[in-house]
Design a protein around this ligand. Structure first.
Ligand code: DGL
Length: 269
């Protein structure tokens, strides 16, 4: 039994989709969330910058009494995690859990991966999929318009559908039967993605898969909390008002007074 909190971070708001899955699966667990809203987006930045940001995010979370860190951000998980030195608590990114699930569900071994430019150019999803199953064929595409669409509330309707068509047509053509939604924001576009791809393609939500992975890890290591209900704290590096106004769409519930602003640069190496 371990009642310490789970640390979660993301480049901004999107990682709240991962927190939502954690709260659904593990309501007894407490979380400390950091959204780097002052430096978002990570997806279009250089590897060097993303690695530095992620080091600072982890150092900030380690100032709390936490038992594990979940990296909700697709870009941070694929670009930075392999370069992060040993950490005193386990650090779990979204890539491995999503890869594991995709390999479990694919029937024709043709898997699509979408994400930010940083994630797709880095190629970690593709590498891990192939390492685990050499006969799999992977088709990847960066979808740079998806994040701004979600952040502007345009998750349904014609614009979302046209963007989905633009980015997914090349993957549909390749007859993928499984698609990894390799970015925090993409689960919110599932309606448009489904409308274009149809029901025959299985969509993998890395936030959901990672929350399950965290649950299994805590269970196997006897680290689950025995509280009735966890509590949740939120930290941001920019405006609290903007975060609280937009968080509901990702978390699907309102965040009360628990948001605080911090100077993330203070946690530089
Ligand atoms: N959180 C990022 C991801 O999952 C998307 C937003 C960004 O580019 O920072 O890749």
């Amino acid at each position: 039994m371990d009642n310490r909190a789970i640390g979660v971070f993301d480049s901004g708001l999107g990682g709240l989709t991962g927190v939502r899955e954690l709260i659904n699966l593990l309501p007894q667990e407490s979380t400390v969330y950091f959204g780097d809203t002052g430096r978002v987006p990570y997806g279009s930045r250089s590897n060097q910058t993303i690695i530095r940001y992620v080091q600072e995010d982890i150092r900030f979370l380690l100032t709390f009494d936490i038992k594990l860190i979940m990296v909700a951000c697709g870009t941070a998980s694929s670009v930075a995690l392999p370069h992060i030195p040993d950490c005193p608590v386990p650090v779990i990114g979204v890539v491995e859990p999503a890869v594991k699930r995709a390999l479990e569900v694919t029937k024709n071994n043709r898997i699509g991966v979408i994400g930010t430019s940083g994630t797709i150019n880095n190629g970690m999803y593709e590498r891990l999929l192939r390492e685990n199953r050499p006969d799999v064929t992977v088709f990847s595409n960066a979808c740079p318009l998806f994040v701004p669409l979600v952040e502007n509330g345009l998750t349904d309707g014609e614009i979302a559908y046209l963007a989905a068509k633009e980015y997914l047509a090349p993957l549909k053509e390749k007859q993928i039967d499984t698609l990894i939604l390799g970015c925090t924001h993409y689960p919110l576009l599932v309606g448009a993605i489904r409308a274009f791809l149809g029901d025959d393609v299985t969509l993998i939500d890395p936030g959901y898969e990672t929350a399950r992975f965290v649950r299994d890890h805590l269970t196997n290591h006897d680290m689950l909390s025995d509280r009735k209900q966890g509590d949740h704290q939120y930290f941001v590096s920019d405006s609290i008002e903007n975060f609280s106004k937009n968080a509901g769409a990702f978390l699907q519930e309102e965040i009360g007074q628990q948001i605080q602003k911090i100077e993330i640069e203070r946690f530089g190496v």
